[in-house]
Design a protein around this ligand. Structure first.
Ligand code: HXC
Length: 312
């Protein structure tokens, strides 16, 4: 659905700062990533969003394109980030059709709530594969393009930037592993790996002008993540535990993205930008499942999206 600008980004950014640039985003049909891309597109970029579901990805691409007259947004569906060859094909197509690939958002992720004894080896592997290997495959497929862009738009931070920025990657992570979070061992392990990867990219590719940073969203309202991680009748209790007293909005993640990709973020590299209203400081996220009572009960998780399907 087309959105008013104030709904997906703050009114502090200048139009055209991403003119003639291209952003490539995995998980781009999701609520958070689509807002990140929409903000970039509104500010001048063209985009490729990547997803597993063809219809959802193509429809979201059309929708994001409404953010700016003349915007080009490709929705490339049927791409599982666990398949390096598919991701490489998507990155090559993006650069070929849109002319370059200047910014990358590694946003595809998998999640559900379950204690470690309720997680099968395949379930653990699935999340690690999507989050860690998916991010790696994204880096691998896009790095040659990012190097090119970083070389083209290199800045020393003091001269007037004429053509803007490029050669930047953001990994969308989480805060779950900072404290340890019940029923999130799989994602905590995976996101710790993603964070480590982002740092390695910063250190190794920084000398080429690339920046690699992490955005760690907290509880963001109306997202797939919240639907999967929190019972709907527990929302006010969960929100109360956030120091800012509320859930975040997707525009707040989009703003963080624009900051890191823009001229304002030139010297920020290998950093984690936590956007969570202070939530992780007040400890683990339990989504309305009483701690430790629920863990001790041995019950399966119900009442959230993405609950385990019975094989009967
Ligand atoms: C236990 C579960 C489960 C559940 C699936 N599985 N759901 N186990 N509890 N609720 C198990 C399956 O039984 C199977 O194991 C294995 O996981 C793989 O599941 P499949 O559905 O076969 O495969 P796949 O398509 O790979 O699914 C991956 C997935 C799924 C991660 C399990 O949830 C998914 O595709 N999610 C994508 C969307 C998503 O999660 N978005 C939210 C991101 S939010 P067996 O042994 O039976 O074969 C996010 C926020 C972070 O990341 C933090 C914010 C605060």
């Amino acid at each position: 659905m087309p959105m008013e600008k104030y709904q997906f980004m703050s009114n502090v950014w200048r139009d055209g700062i991403f003119d003639n640039k291209v952003v490539f985003c995995t998980g781009g049909a999701g609520t958070i990533c689509s807002a990140q891309v929409r903000a970039m597109v509104a500010l001048g970029a063209n985009a490729c969003i990547i997803g597993r579901n063809v219809e959802k990805t193509e429809n979201m691409a059309k929708d994001i394109a409404t953010a700016r007259p003349g915007a080009r947004v490709l929705g490339i569906g049927a791409i599982d980030v666990r398949k390096p060859e598919l991701l490489q094909g998507a990155a090559d197509r993006c650069a070929r059709e849109l002319g370059s690939l200047d910014f990358v958002i590694a946003g595809a992720a998998g999640n559900f709530l379950a204690t470690i004894d309720q997680i099968s080896p395949n379930a653990m592997k699935s999340v690690i594969d999507i989050d860690v290997l998916g991010s790696y495959n994204t880096v691998k497929a896009t790095l040659p393009y990012l190097k090119e862009s970083a070389g083209r738009y290199r800045t020393d931070g003091t001269t007037l930037p004429v053509n803007g920025t490029g050669g930047r990657i953001i990994f969308v992570s989480a805060t779950l592993h900072y404290t340890g979070t019940p029923m999130q061992s799989h994602v905590s392990v995976a996101k710790a790996g993603v964070d480590a990867m982002a740092m390695s990219v910063a250190i190794e590719q920084g000398p080429r002008g690339i920046t690699s940073n992490i955005i760690a969203p907290g509880p963001i309202a109306e997202t797939e993540g919240m639907a999967r991680l929190s019972k709907s009748d527990a929302k006010s209790k969960v929100a109360k535990a956030v120091p800012s007293g509320r859930f975040g909005a997707v525009k707040e993640i989009a703003d963080a993205t624009v900051y890191l990709f823009s001229d304002a973020g030139n010297f920020v590299n290998g950093e984690t930008l936590v956007v969570d209203g202070g939530a992780w400081h007040t400890a683990g996220f339990a989504g309305g499942f009483e701690y430790p009572d629920f863990m001790l009960s041995g019950e399966s998780v119900t009442g959230v999206k993405g609950g385990k399907k019975s094989k009967l």
